[in-house]
Design a protein around this ligand. Structure first.
Ligand SMILES: NC(=O)c1ccc[n+]([C@@H]2O[C@H](COP(=O)([O-])OP(=O)(O)OC[C@H]3O[C@@H](n4cnc5c(N)ncnc54)[C@H](O)[C@@H]3O)[C@@H](O)[C@H]2O)c1
Length: 337
């Protein structure tokens, strides 16, 4: 049996490039077999560059798979979140494993429907692309914190913010389509990171800011509280502070603050985790680049499907629905003011 894992990309926009880059760098472990996008220019750009077949719809791709004219082991769904139910529903019905980009859908209702669909098609593997779970620094910081490197953890702090003026005219900030703004986009990554590093959480407070008239929020500041202890060094009730922004100065950092010191990682100063003691004395610890996260995530997807790997490290559709519920709760709290 060939070990090459044949991938179909559904939605050939911005993020598809990260997945195709991971496929291209996989030394033959992964191959791009098909590209689906209703926009011919988008699908042809990717398909022709990688000798893959292009399809105008998921239905056309599935027809070709059934006819044996293309071989697909798994699909990476990179559509906007509001298009997921139809696309993922038809892939699962056809028995094609799915790695869906985050957020799982544009609202809690569709996310729940997708989690239900995943359970219904339980033999077909599904996962959500919360790729920061594969950032080496995130994994190392979680491990060190659990082992007591910073004492009792008191706070998770996460900034995913930058200036994205182009989002003002895209579906991303369209209140009728996107289901939310900076928080569902950047903040859903942060919520999933909290779930992954600390555990389940409650949303306690949220403030949103709207820079663009009649568009979704451009900034979110959200307070979480962990709902369950995670070992003896991460007790229930520890705080998470999430900063999400589309119209502000760039900051991409994750920190865990404890009673004996803190650990932090700056995506923009890649290659090191900084431990600081209580007096602020820094120690740098080298760590592999965050740039490997998309490749590791796709390899985990391929291993889960082909080798039936049990501990995949991937977010499940249930995790995706849990993050969606947290995003909805924050939006409600922010609306109350
Ligand atoms: N993991 C990350 O770090 C990360 C980063 C950026 C974006 N994303 C996520 O990826 C998703 C896509 O974002 P993007 O920036 O690539 O958006 P985009 O608008 O650049 O691309 C979306 C593409 O999907 C196509 N499309 C729309 N409906 C479709 C359908 N029914 N079937 C097939 N294709 C369809 C569009 O024509 C377009 O080419 C979003 O959910 C976004 O949040 C994740």
């Amino acid at each position: 049996m060939s070990t090459t894992f044949n991938v179909a990309i559904i939605g050939a926009g911005g993020i598809a490039n990260a997945h195709v880059g991971a496929i291209a760098g996989s030394k033959g472990r992964l191959a791009l077999a098909g590209v689906v996008d209703p926009v011919a220019e988008n699908r042809e750009r990717l398909a022709s560059a990688h000798s893959a077949q292009g399809f105008a719809s998921t239905a056309e791709l599935i027809k070709a798979v059934k006819a044996g004219s293309v071989s697909v082991d798994g699909a990476v769904v990179c559509t906007p979140p509001f298009a997921r139910i139809e696309v993922i529903g038809s892939l699962l019905k056809a028995g094609i494993p799915v790695l869906s980009e985050k957020p799982l859908a544009h609202n809690s209702a569709d996310s729940k429907k997708l989690a239900t669909l995943a359970r219904k098609h339980g033999k077909v593997f599904t996962a959500v692309g919360y790729c920061h779970r594969f950032t080496p620094a995130v994994l190392a910081m979680k491990q060190m914190a659990l082992e007591g490197k910073i004492g009792r953890v008191v706070r998770f702090e996460n900034f995913f913010a930058c200036d994205l003026p182009g989002h003002q005219t895209k579906w991303f900030s369209d209140p009728k389509k996107a289901g939310g703004g900076a928080y569902i986009d950047m903040g859903s990554h942060s919520v999933d990171l909290f779930h992954f590093m600390v555990g389940p959480a409650k949303t306690v407070a949220a403030l949103f800011d709207h820079k663009w008239p009649k568009r979704t929020e451009t900034a979110a500041t959200v307070l979480l509280k962990s709902a369950k202890a995670n070992g003896k060094n991460m007790p229930a009730g520890l705080a998470g502070v999430i900063f999400s922004g589309w119209a502000e100065t760039s900051r991409f950092t994750v920190s865990l603050v404890g009673t004996e010191g803190m650990l932090s990682y700056d995506y923009e100063k890649d290659g090191e985790i900084i431990f600081k003691d209580l007096l602020g004395k820094p120690t740098s610890m080298p760590i592999e680049s965050c740039g490997v996260r998309f490749a590791r995530q796709l390899e985990a997807f391929a291993d889960a499907v082909q080798k039936k790997a049990k501990k995949t490290g991937l977010a499940t559709f249930a995790d995706g629905a849990a993050a969606a519920d947290m995003v909805t709760k924050a939006a409600k709290l922010a609306a109350k003011g």
